[in-house]
Structure formats: C-alpha cells, structure tokens
Design a binder for this molecule. Structure first.
Ligand code: 5GP
Length: 192
C-alpha cells in the first residue's frame, strides 16, 4: 500500500460508551491493517496503562513545548489541567508502516481530524444507550473517583450533541453487534 492511500478512522464518544473495547476489537483484525494512534497526554498513568502503548505520558511543560513547535495535528484540554493531543509525527509513522490510522479520541479532537482530512477520514460516533447506562459502566470500571465520574458524565451530556456532525453514529446497546458493525464500516471505507 502506498503511503498516500492511508486512511484515518476516528472513534469518538463519551467515556463509558464502549468505544475503547470496539477499537481494540478492530485492532485485533489483522487483515484491516489498522494501527493505533498513540496520543500524548499530561494526565497521570491509570491502572495497568503502559507508556508508549496506551499513551505517551509527558509533563505539562513538554506538552506546551509541542504546542509551541506546532507538532500537533490536534490537541485539547479534555479535562481541567489534563491535556491530550495527536502528534503529526505519530500519523506519519503509521502511514510510513503502510497502515491505516485508528484514533480513540475525544469528540472535538475527532472532528478536527475529520476537518483536516475530510476525504481520508471516517468519523464514527459511538453512542452509549443512555447516560444512566454509561454512568453504570464507569462505576463498574472502578478506576475513577466519584468526582471524576461526575466530570465525565457532565462532559458526555455535552458531547452527545455532536453526534450529528459525525459520518456515522454507532449505538452500542449490544457490544457484539456494535463490534460487527464497526468492522463492516471500516472494511467498506478501506475499499472505497
Ligand atoms: P482517558 O483519560 O479516559 O484515557 O481519556 C479521556 C478522553 O480523552 C477520552 O475521551 C479520550 O478519547 C480522549 N483523548 C485521548 N487521546 C486524545 C487526543 O489525542 N486528542 C483528543 N482530543 N482527545 C483524546
């Protein structure tokens, strides 16, 4: 595959929507040639997360240096004092490997990528069945404090309004069904 043929798959959603599970499922399908865009973040490592696998964990100072150097394709202060961003070099690295890029990023960042590469990007909004169900999933995850859960639920309520700006809305009321649908969406877009 030539570098210029590389596609971009954005999966955005409120946290607790099942988006990450769907992205992991897609990455396990070797024939799709997808590679995960590892974001940079200034937040603390959580649970079993690994440097250079889940994120590149950096200090807020280094993050600001990347902003000054125009190194980001997009970046966002997703939560107060917690910065997240996609480095241009990360996308180039994946394309140079001959793979398509898959992103697990927030709604605003996802739409920014779509606006930069409108033809090459499929932007998918993963919608939780309801805010109540999403809150339940976040609690079951047992990785966030009550304050963090509230912050994420508040953000989700705002994010749901952006669903209409995406190419596709994938409602995750049944995980197996959502995974299959996601696979078909990716295959169709690769073959377009
Ligand atoms: P978490 O802290 O749960 O890993 O991620 C919080 C939110 O930040 C999630 O919605 C996640 O998708 C989003 N996120 C992760 N990486 C990026 C990125 O590079 N850019 C943007 N805009 N959001 C990101």
């Amino acid at each position: 595959m030539r570098k210029s043929k590389g596609k971009l798959f954005v999966f955005s959603a409120p946290s607790g929507s099942g988006k990450t599970t769907i992205v992991h499922h897609l990455l396990a399908q070797n024939e799709l040639d997808l590679e995960f865009s590892i974001s940079v973040t200034s937040r603390q490592k959580r649970g079993s997360e690994k440097e250079g696998k889940d994120y590149y964990f950096i200090s807020p100072e280094v993050f600001k240096k990347h902003i000054d150097n125009d190194a980001f394709l997009e970046w966002e202060e997703v939560y107060k004092d917690n910065f997240y961003g996609t480095l241009k070099s990360e996308v180039n690295r994946i394309w140079a490997n001959g793979n398509h890029v898959i992103f697990d990023i927030d709604v605003v960042g996802g739409l920014r990528i779509k606006s930069k590469y409108p033809e090459r990007t499929l932007a998918v909004f993963v919608q939780p069945p309801s805010i109540e169900e999403m809150e339940k999933r976040l609690r079951n995850r047992k990785t966030d404090t009550e304050d963090k859960i509230k912050e994420r639920v508040d953000k989700a309520e705002k994010e749901l309004k952006f669903a209409q700006d995406f190419d596709v809305v994938l409602v995750n009321d049944n995980l197996e069904k959502a995974k299959k649908e996601a696979c078909n969406l990716v295959k169709d877009f690769i073959n377009k």
